[in-house]
Design a protein around this ligand. Structure first.
Ligand code: IPM
Ligand code: MN
Length: 370
């Protein structure tokens, strides 16, 4: 296949992790005879610096013309600490999501047996955890009207949803559940919020079309507790934009690191990005975990129906984790650099599963296997 990809490396550790993801994509292209064309464009703080806006027009144009977007991360503390800033890196991402109509954000969460003991959560809870969050991405409080009174003492963010916005992502979540363990949990706050009651009613009505899927409801406060107490109970979680944002960061702790989680945002177009942020403190230190970005590439390959290729990426990633090749976020005592992990994943894709590996050579940055 031949695909045009817009690459937005972004800020902080974004460029480093994206570099590794592209290495992996190139290995896949070589092995399976595909052609990926990369169009690198600016978004986020780096774009504001160069152009004054978070999402320059030609970046958006490129994304609209491409088959998919690969995104690193955006954000910069200079803006976080300045509530009066008129332009912010995040505006670029929100505008991009809206312009590409990426209404469904899919965030899979699983545990890996080899690193379970490194999770901050006790091991018994971590067995058989494998669920996916369907987060609505272009509506709700993120996109409702925002107001600040003239005297600066009252602020409002409107949370609004229309039935069709709920239906289109709910159908995707039901369909996903059907392919998995057939259980869908809608997370909301229907005891308080009108929008949540609309979610409940809409999802309950749609359930008629998916009678083979078990549907249940959880309030978001309870869901946040259940995620830690008993994460294995979940199969597909469906939720609105902000609840999904918060719960997916929480859920990442279960895997052992925020740096491991990939995501796909789909709708009219498709965008793939790790769920972590730009983590500026770690930038240019070769300590960022590239696996969230590399696993996002696997999701992109699945999106292109290249399932064997996606499996090759996932197997290689699992091999690195199973053999103790992890970055510092996962094991602060024994860790390897961002680019070393990327090289390893590439080597494993090229060489199939190696039998022997010289850890010393890996640490020294020599190519690795054999
Ligand atoms: C995410 C991020 C974004 C969000 C920010 C950067 C606007 O936290 O993708 O989860 O809140 O959606
Ligand atoms: Mn988030």
């Amino acid at each position: 296949m031949e695909k045009q990809l817009t690459v937005i490396s972004g800020d902080g550790i974004g460029p480093e992790v994206t570099r590794e993801a592209i290495k992996v994509l190139n290995a896949i292209a070589h092995k399976f005879e595909h052609h990926f064309h990369y169009h690198h464009v600016l978004m986020g703080a780096c774009a504001i610096e160069k152009t004054g806006v978070a999402l320059p027009e030609d970046s958006l144009d490129s994304a609209l013309k491409s088959d998919a977007v690969l995104l690193g991360a955006i954000g910069d503390p200079r803006f976080d600490n300045d509530p009066t800033a008129k332009v912010r890196p995040e505006q670029g991402l929100l505008q991009l999501r809206k312009s590409l109509n990426l209404f469904a954000n899919i965030r899979p969460v699983k545990t890996y047996s080899s690193i379970r003991h490194l999770s901050p959560i006790r091991t018994p809870q971590l067995h058989d955890v494998d669920f996916v969050i369907y987060r609505e991405l272009t509506g709700g409080i993120y996109f409702g009207e925002k107001r600040l009174s003239e005297d600066g003492t009252t602020a409002t963010d409107l949370c609004s949803y229309q039935k069709y916005e709920i239906e289109r992502i709910a159908r995707m979540a039901f369909a996903a559940a059907r392919q998995r363990r057939k259980k869908l949990t809608l997370v909301d706050k229907a005891n308080v919020l009108e929008t949540s009651r609309l979610w409940r009613k809409t999802v309950r009505d749609l359930h008629e079309d998916y009678p083979d899927v078990e549907l249940n409801f959880l309030y978001v406060d309870n869901a946040s507790m259940q995620l830690i107490l008993n994460p294995a109970q979940f199969d597909v979680i469906l939720t609105e934009n902000m609840f999904g944002d918060i719960l997916s960061d929480e859920a990442s702790v279960i895997s052992g690191s925020l740096g491991l989680l990939p995501s796909a945002s789909v709708g009219e177009k498709a965008l793939f990005e790790p769920i972590h942020g730009s983590y500026p403190q770690a930038a240019n230190k070769d300590i960022a975990n590239p696996l969230g970005s590399i696993l996002s590439v696997a999701m992109m390959l699945d999106h292109f129906d290249a399932h064997e290729e996606a499996a090759a990426v996932r197997n290689a990633v699992e091999w690195t984790l199973a053999n103790g090749f992890v970055t510092r976020d996962i094991d602060s005592m024994n860790y390897y650099g961002t680019s070393t992990i990327g090289d390893l994943v590439v080597d494993i894709i090229n060489n199939e599963m190696p039998q022997h590996i010289n850890k010393r050579n890996v640490a020294l940055g020599h190519t690795t296997i054999i």
